[in-house]
Design a binder for this molecule. Structure first.
Ligand SMILES: CC[C@@H](C(=O)O)C(=O)SCCNC(=O)CCNC(=O)[C@H](O)C(C)(C)COP(=O)(O)OP(=O)(O)OC[C@H]1O[C@@H](n2cnc3c(N)ncnc32)[C@H](O)[C@@H]1OP(=O)(O)O
Ligand SMILES: [Co+2]
Length: 134
């Protein structure tokens, strides 16, 4: 069901020092910030040879990463994104096992312009999972 790891996301309260850490300390290539009001986040991508790291900062009061950052103010790993071929087929197969698909269960367009869905962390070893159709 799962393809490649598309990205690993790290939530931070302030994007600027996080960008400096990845760009200036770790020497990585970092994209320009992109605001995604539909997702309640501002995002940059750290481009690596085999995958990407997504740095997320809350955007708006209802941001889904605010509660996470209240518990982990220094920031932390927020989710892992797996690529899938057919997101609706995977959603329906997972739902049939009892797994909780977050939101209204309909894919939204994610940071790469592709459909994405999130799965509840309590159903997947304590890790929030994002699925992205490629
Ligand atoms: C950039 C766009 C896009 C992309 O294309 O890549 C993105 O990545 S957007 C990223 C942000 N969007 C989301 O995270 C959407 C999905 N998330 C949610 O719907 C919610 O955040 C949530 C996962 C359902 C949690 O929300 P909520 O129930 O309101 O928070 P709680 O604090 O009550 O959490 C309940 C329970 O789950 C634990 N938890 C929460 N978040 C995580 C997490 N990221 N990883 C692991 N565990 C998590 C939380 O600790 C609570 O546990 P208990 O305290 O034991 O009850
Ligand atoms: Co993501």
């Amino acid at each position: 069901m799962l393809g490649r790891i598309n990205h690993i996301a790290i939530a931070v309260s302030d994007l600027e020092p996080a960008v400096k850490t990845y760009r200036d300390v770790l020497g990585a290539e970092v994209s320009v910030p992109l605001q995604l009001p539909d997702h309640g986040v501002t995002v940059v991508f750290v481009e690596l040879a085999n995958t990407k790291v997504e740095l997320l900062e809350p955007l708006g009061e209802a941001s889904p990463i605010r509660a996470f950052l209240e518990k982990t103010p220094a920031g932390g790993m927020h989710h892992i994104c797996y690529e899938v071929d057919d997101i609706l087929a995977v959603r329906d197969r997972l739902r049939a096992t009892g797994a909780r698909v977050l939101g209204d269960g309909e894919p939204k367009i994610g940071a790469h312009g592709k459909p994405v869905l999130f799965l509840h962390p309590k159903d997947f070893c304590g890790t929030l999972i994002e699925l992205e159709q490629v």
